[in-house]
Design a protein around this ligand. Structure first.
Ligand code: DC
Length: 222
C-alpha cells in the first residue's frame, strides 16, 4: 500500500510518518528533505536563487538519495555526500519554499519520488503527496495543527539542539513558508478531496499514529 501525508510545516508529518512506517514495516520517504538538499546545494554553490533557469539546471545535475537510518529517519546523500545534518539550518529554512516553487525543480524531484514509491510499501510525506505524487495512494491524510502548537513544537526541537529562537520568529517563519507553499502556482499545498483531515493540535505523536492506524484497519475491514 501507499500512504500519503500532506500538511503545513511542523504539523508532525515526519515523526508520524516515521512511526507509521516502523509499525507497518514500510519505507518512510521525507520529500521535504529532497527540496532542502537542493536548496542547501544552491546556497553552498552560490547559485542565484532567484534564477529559475539556474535552479532547474542545478536540479537536473544533482543526485539526491534517501537511505533509511537506524530509526527509519532519512539519511540524505547529495552527489554521494551525507548532508543530513545540514538540512535544518535557518538558511535552508528561509530559502526552501522559494526553491521548491520552481516548476522545473518540482518536475525533476517529483519524477524521482514517483520512482522511489512505485512498488508501494511506503509512507511518504510532504506538500503534494496526496494531490500530485501519489494521488492513487490507498490512504491519504492531511495533518494539521494550530499555529501556536506548531510554533511550540518547533521551539522545543530547537531548544533540544541548544538553539534559542524567539517564538515570534519561529511563528513568522512558519507562516511565511505556509503562505508560499499554499499559494504557489504549481502543486500548492491543499487538502485533496479524498484526504482524511486530522487536526492533531491536542494529540501527541503516538495518539496521531494510532488514529491513522485505526483508519487503516477500518479501511481494510471494509
Ligand atoms: O517538510 P519540510 O518542512 O521539510 O519541507 C521543506 C519545504 O519543502 C517546504 O517548505 C515546502 C517544500 N516541499 C514541497 O514543496 N513539496 C514537498 N512534497 C515537500 C516539501
Amino acid at each position: 500500500m501507499t500512504i500519503a501525508i500532506d500538511g503545513p510545516a511542523a504539523a508532525g508529518k515526519s515523526t508520524t510518518a516515521r512511526f507509521l512506517a516502523k509499525k507497518l514495516g514500510y519505507l518512510y520517504i521525507d520529500t521535504g528533505a529532497m527540496y532542502r538538499a537542493l536548496t542547501w546545494k544552491a546556497l553552498r554553490d552560490k547559485v542565484d536563487i532567484k534564477s529559475k533557469k539556474a535552479l532547474s539546471e542545478l536540479a537536473k545535475n544533482t543526485q539526491i538519495q534517501l537511505k533509511p537510518g537506524p530509526n527509519l529517519e532519512n539519511k540524505v546523500y547529495l552527489d554521494k555526500q551525507d548532508i543530513t545534518s545540514f538540512l535544518r539550518s535557518s538558511e535552508v529554512n528561509r530559502y526552501v519554499s522559494l526553491v521548491s516553487s520552481v516548476k522545473e525543480v518540482r518536475e525533476v524531484l517529483v519524477a524521482q519520488q514517483k520512482q522511489i514509491g512505485k512498488k508501494g510499501g511506503i509512507v511518504a510525506e510532504g506538500r503534494d503527496m496526496t494531490t500530485v505524487v501519489f494521488p492513487e495512494a490507498e490512504l491519504k491524510i492531511f495533518l494539521k495543527a494550530s499555529l501556536g502548537e506548531r510554533t511550540r513544537r518547533r521551539w522545543m526541537e530547537e531548544k533540544e539542539k541548544n538553539l534559542s529562537y524567539d517564538k515570534k520568529e519561529i511563528a513568522a517563519g512558519l507562516t511565511s513558508r505556509d503562505r508560499i507553499d499554499s499559494q504557489r502556482k504549481i502543486s500548492p499545498l491543499k487538502i485533496s478531496q479524498k484526504a482524511i483531515v486530522i487536526d492533531n493540535t491536542h494529540l501527541n505523536i503516538s495518539q496521531t499514529t494510532n488514529k491513522i492506524l485505526d483508519i487503516l484497519k477500518r479501511k481494510l475491514v471494509r
